[in-house]
Design a protein around this ligand. Structure first.
Ligand code: SF4
Ligand code: SF4
Length: 202
């Protein structure tokens, strides 16, 4: 005879996970504000794995194109080698010319400087012109938002990010595999750095 104990785990993000023991599936169900819901079934061995991240049932996000993250306030768009290659090719420039014209080095508290896009005097991104003028070739940091380590560190950091982005928590559902592929891409494409010039002079 099977053991049918059902244990309900309520999460603070509004999703609900139901664990059937010792049935061989974990079924999790979540709703978005539009009333859509999603089921995820996971193999039984995931019961024995480390605790699942808060986004294990996926997260909702659709950009509303409000442009808040591209303009108005100071910010950085850090770049990988691949980002620069793609953007330089799109703008028909060579690699070092692109860095000269569109990039700046950002000091990191004595550590290596990191390469970022420039911004205009009003703090708009250098590529903001009634929308992202390089949308197809926009950097990984922009493409992967909001699935960044800093935002996915906890449900608290996800909620804080939602305060300044109206697309977070709404719209399309993104499953854990997709979210983790964004994180993996970020790991694979490291930011371009250079030794801090002050440290270099020592
Ligand atoms: S703040 Fe959010 S919704 Fe607005 S443009 Fe940026 S990603 Fe899109
Ligand atoms: S590159 Fe495009 S998407 Fe990224 S911050 Fe600049 S304007 Fe926004």
């Amino acid at each position: 005879m099977r053991y049918h104990t059902i244990e309900a785990v309520l999460r603070f993000d509004g999703s609900k996970s139901i664990i059937l023991q010792p049935a061989q599936l974990i079924i999790s169900k979540s709703f978005n504000p539009l009333g859509e819901f999603h089921f995820q079934m996971k193999p039984f061995w995931s019961i024995f794995m480390a605790e699942q991240p808060f986004y294990s049932s996926g997260l909702y996000f659709s950009c509303t194109r409000c442009s808040a993250c591209c303009r108005y306030d100071p910010g950085y768009v850090f770049l990988s080698k691949k980002d620069v290659e793609i953007l330089a090719a799109e703008l028909k420039m060579d690699y070092s010319e692109f860095i000269e014209v569109y990039c700046r080095w950002v000091p990191q508290g004595g550590g290596p400087d990191r390469l970022s896009l420039k911004e205009k005097s009003n703090y708009d991104c250098v590529f903001w012109k009634d929308g992202c003028s390089v949308y197809k070739g926009r950097p990984l940091q922009c493409r992967n938002f909001p699935f960044w380590y800093s935002i996915l560190a906890s449900f608290e950091t996800w909620k804080i990010a939602a305060e300044s982005c109206p697309g977070i928590g709404k719209g399309n559902h993104h499953n854990m595999d997709y979210i983790e592929s964004c994180l993996a891409q970020g790991r694979a494409e490291s930011i371009i750095t250079r030794k801090n010039p002050i440290a270099r002079g020592r």
